[in-house]
Design a binder for this molecule. Structure first.
Ligand code: PHE
Length: 357
């Protein structure tokens, strides 16, 4: 208690300490100096603390008034200390922001974000529509045997219908001399592969890549996707085919869609059809419409009742089982849906195109 006994505190000495302490504090520019200041005024042996200790030497009356002043002074200095620390921190932040030229208001650099290719998106959309109707999804090989791509589909060697599929043959010498290898020209070979391995009832869709020996133009690519569909069971009729594909058209292109079937020829179906939807762009009006080229109708797939020869080929009892199949091109469907005018955009890897989807 040596300090406290030195000088009995007065209202004046307390005010003097407060004034000089405040003035000193205002000149301090960094936190270390501020901390020293705190120790020398408010610390255990600080000036104000010493004054407070000296209160005990005063008379009761005086102690009450001077004590109140001293407490007030302590609170004031503590508040000013807090405020100064805040100011210094803020100034430091501003200074470093200016010095480092860090503009915290600039937007950050966006991370490159990947996305699904438009074909993948459409393939998934098509498959989901059929999955919702009870179909499963299977995939098959892109390098295929002549056997499955043609023969099992009622297209024997030398059959003129082979000209419908310009084929990329694989240079492979089969030891038995019987099998020729190719890049599948459609997903239809999976019809035979699925039926060989399962018993009806069967309901599957087959998405996958196909290849054709083709000169490319706005509507032809040498590689593209197809989604095949297959349903086999007892008592399946053309009405089931129609109902299923009608439902698909409405899910894919809108509730209002109408569909149209016209006769078409594919050796593995009988009867065979091509299916069109009424044009969703001009609502079937057909006047000057570039989507349906004025016809009011858009062809979207081939379909038909599975040819008995195909069912026989996989060993099914054709008296008992019937079925339907269909096949469509997702790129073509995406072109229609999004108004894309050239199929070559899909695989030219131009990000300006791909980023739009
Ligand atoms: N595979 C045929 C094609 O590529 C389309 C099709 C599939 C037609 C199934 C009828 C039934 O052209």
């Amino acid at each position: 208690m040596t300090e406290s006994s030195a000088q009995p505190p007065t209202a004046e000495s307390i005010e003097a300490i407060t004034i000089s302490a405040s003035a000193e504090l205002d000149r301090l520019e960094n936190l270390e100096a501020v901390d020293q200041w705190r120790v020398s005024y408010l610390g255990r042996r600080g000036m104000l603390t010493t004054v407070l200790r000296g209160l005990s030497s005063l008379e009761v009356e005086e102690r009450r008034t001077v004590g109140a002043l001293a407490n007030q002074a302590k609170n004031t200095l503590e508040e000013r200390l807090e405020e100064r620390v805040r100011q210094i921190n803020e100034a430091t932040l501003t200074r470093s922001a200016n010095q480092d030229r860090l503009d915290v208001t600039l937007p950050g650099r966006p991370a490159l974000e990947g996305r699904l290719h438009p074909t993948t998106q459409i393939v998934r959309e098509i498959c989901s529509a059929f999955v919702a109707m009870g179909f499963g999804v299977v995939e098959g090989p892109e390098v295929e045997w002549d056997h499955y791509n043609f023969e099992m589909l009622n297209i024997p060697k030398g059959h003129p219908a082979r000209d419908m599929w310009n084929t990329l043959w694989v240079d492979y010498e089969d030891p038995t001399g019987e099998q020729a290898m190719l890049l599948r020209t459609h997903t239809s070979p999976m019809q035979a592969r699925v039926m060989e391995n399962r018993e009806p009832p069967i309901r599957v869709v087959v998405p996958g890549k196909c290849y054709r020996y083709e000169a490319t133009d706005a509507t032809h690519e040498w590689h593209f996707y197809q989604v095949e569909g297959l349903a086999v069971g007892e008592g399946i009729t053309f009405a089931d085919l129609k109902g299923t594909l009608y439902e698909f058209a409405r899910r894919m292109f809108g509730e209002e869609r109408q569909i149209r079937f016209r006769c078409d020829y594919f050796p593995f179906v009988e009867p065979g059809v091509d299916m069109s939807i009424d044009c969703f762009a001009c609502e079937g009006d057909g006047n000057g419409c570039r989507i349906c080229r004025d016809s009011g109708w858009i062809e979207i797939m081939g379909a038909g009742m599975i040819h008995p020869k195909v069912l026989e080929g996989v060993g099914y009892d054709t008296e008992r089982y019937t079925g339907f199949a269909f096949g469509m091109g997702p790129e073509r469907i995406a072109m229609l849906k999004y108004g894309i005018d050239d199929i070559r955009h899909f695989y030219s890897n131009d990000l300006r195109f791909l980023r739009q989807f």
